[in-house]
Design a protein around this ligand. Structure first.
Ligand code: MLT
Length: 248
């Protein structure tokens, strides 16, 4: 297995498709996706365009759907939900499909959607992602951070580092054997430095600060937890992620 970390969707090569692509948007889209699927949501369908989301979701029975729209960290007017994972309780999401569009996270998923194996990772489901990689041993894996409008974000890179660090621990591979690019080594270093203080790192991150200004302290705290959800969000059809049992 060779692992490549890309800090943003824009920095991924556009003439290649990896065997496995992992989109990361810790604050907060992939944390929300993992939470919805762990809480019994039927699926999560992602859109970059809000109008297209409305159009497609209209074809779905109203009692079986939820619509979430976020721009700049805030809920889009007229949508039932914004992008807070804490709103996605089992009572609300069970058996329903979440149609979601966010500023960066859903774009990252769409950027890698041609890979045969697309996963959504956050810190909260890191262990499930690592287990999948150890079981399936894909040859080339990309971890793609969502960043913020084209630039690097600390929280996505620290999650990439958490995944890489765990693979190194499980396989005993030297990091330079696993790493396909230097970003992997730097992501591991970032995670090694902050692993016991991820919430503090989120408070320093620019998007963490944006969310704090929007009064989302509880979201930061929730998203900074590691390995709390045993859920593997995997793309089943273009743009549609479902939960896969580990080892299946
Ligand atoms: C995004 O897609 O940029 C984020 O998930 C924004 C957010 O925190 O809602």
């Amino acid at each position: 297995m060779k692992l490549f970390v890309y800090h943003t969707p824009e920095s991924t090569p556009n003439d290649q498709v990896p065997e496995c692509a992992i989109a990361v948007d810790v604050l907060r889209a992939t944390s929300t996706i993992a939470t919805v699927l762990a809480a019994g949501g039927e699926a999560v369908q992602v859109f970059s365009d809000l109008d297209q989301l409305i159009e497609v979701s209209e074809t779905w029975p109203s009692e079986k759907r939820l619509r979430a729209g976020e721009r700049g960290g805030a809920k889009v007017a007229g949508f039932e939900l914004g992008n807070s994972p804490l709103d996605c309780t089992p009572e609300l999401v069970q058996g329903r499909r979440l149609f979601i569009s966010t500023t960066n996270g859903t774009r990252a998923l769409q950027r890698v959607q041609d890979s045969p194996n697309v996963l959504a990772a956050a810190l909260i489901n890191r262990a499930a992602i690592v287990q999948y990689l150890l079981d399936k041993q894909p040859e080339i894996v990309w971890i793609v951070g969502s960043g913020w409008e084209g630039s690097f974000s600390l929280e996505d890179t620290v999650c990439a580092g958490a995944i890489a660090h765990s693979i190194v621990q499980h396989t005993q591979l030297p990091p330079e054997k696993l790493a396909g690019n230097d970003e992997v080594i730097s992501a591991i270093a970032l995670y090694s430095q902050w692993q016991n203080n991820l919430l503090e790192l989120f408070h320093q991150a620019s998007h963490g600060q944006r969310l704090l200004r929007l009064d989302c302290q509880a979201d930061l705290k929730y998203c900074s937890q590691t390995d709390i959800l045993d859920v593997l969000p995997i793309q089943r059809e273009m743009g549609v992620l479902k939960s896969q049992k580990i080892n299946s």
